[in-house]
Ligand binder design. Structure first.
Ligand SMILES: Cc1cc2nc3c(=O)[nH]c(=O)nc-3n(C[C@H](O)[C@H](O)[C@H](O)COP(=O)(O)O)c2cc1C
Length: 232
């Protein structure tokens, strides 16, 4: 069994995806379970690292699933706070189906919105970066935006990014542990993302994208170890 220390030390961002590698659905569900803060619990009793975020979770995932064995390709949504599901559903396209994927764990609020090949649209909204369509799945982190900023004031903007960054860090490690790789995607077109999911106003705002898939090394680049192992 690989230790978490080893995973943390070996993690690197992928620079390209092979367009082939898939992830089994149980592994995909597990990765998503790890970004669930269990918002129904008091903050101190939430699983690590979510006990370090003292506010109610405000970031949900809009997923572009391409190659997850056992579930259909298409658009999916993960409500990281199940209490916000109605709000999310009300803000998205009314024609979305909100179907529970087969064998999805009961505690995971993951829904199929629309089945179909989402590779081209995922690439398009992520600044036409192939990594968003060639992976097993990619996603946009959809923040509860306008009402959260009105309620908590402008400093909450920074907090939203902190929450998004932490989701990214968890996914980086989960992808590495699953034998695939991932990368944060800071370049994306937010208005087209909103169009894909049906957002009509600024109640939700895409803040950060992410992709997970089979990595392809670029031989033109030299990859150094991410950390100095020997610090003695
Ligand atoms: C916030 C953030 C945004 C990023 N945006 C992109 C992106 O749009 N496209 C891309 O190919 N890589 C993107 N990356 C990956 C970085 O290029 C990568 O993390 C960086 O080169 C350091 O490599 P490492 O993660 O292996 O240490 C992003 C990473 C982060 C953390």
């Amino acid at each position: 069994m690989i230790s978490s220390g080893q995973i943390i030390h070996q993690r690197r961002s992928l620079v390209a995806c092979d367009g082939r590698t898939s992830v089994p659905a149980p592994r995909f569900f597990r990765m998503l379970e790890r970004v669930m803060p269990r918002a129904e619990r008091p903050v101190a009793e939430r699983p690590m690292p979510w006990d370090a975020i003292p506010w109610a979770p405000a970031i949900h995932l809009g997923l572009f699933v391409h190659r997850v064995d056992g579930i259909e390709p298409g658009l999916y949504a993960l409500a990281r706070d199940p209490a916000k599901l109605d709000k999310l559903e009300g803000a998205m396209h009314p024609h979305f189906s909100w179907e529970v994927p087969p064998d999805c764990p009961a505690q995971l609020p993951l829904f199929l919105l629309e089945r179909g090949d989402a590779r081209a649209v995922a690439t398009q909204v992520s600044c036409r970066q192939d990594i968003a369509g060639d992976g097993a799945f990619s996603l946009g982190m959809l923040a509860e935006y306008r009402s959260a900023l009105v309620a908590h004031g402008p400093p909450f903007y920074r907090r939203l990014f902190r929450e998004a960054g932490l989701i990214g860090q968890v996914l980086y490690l989960e992808a590495e542990a699953a034998g695939v790789r991932s990368t944060g995607i800071g370049c994306f077109f937010d208005d087209p993302v909103h169009h894909v999911f049906g957002f009509r106003d600024l109640e939700f705002q895409s803040l950060y994208h992410f992709t997970v898939g089979g990595p392809v090394d670029d031989p033109r680049l030299t990859t150094l170890p991410p950390y100095k192992r020997d610090r003695s």
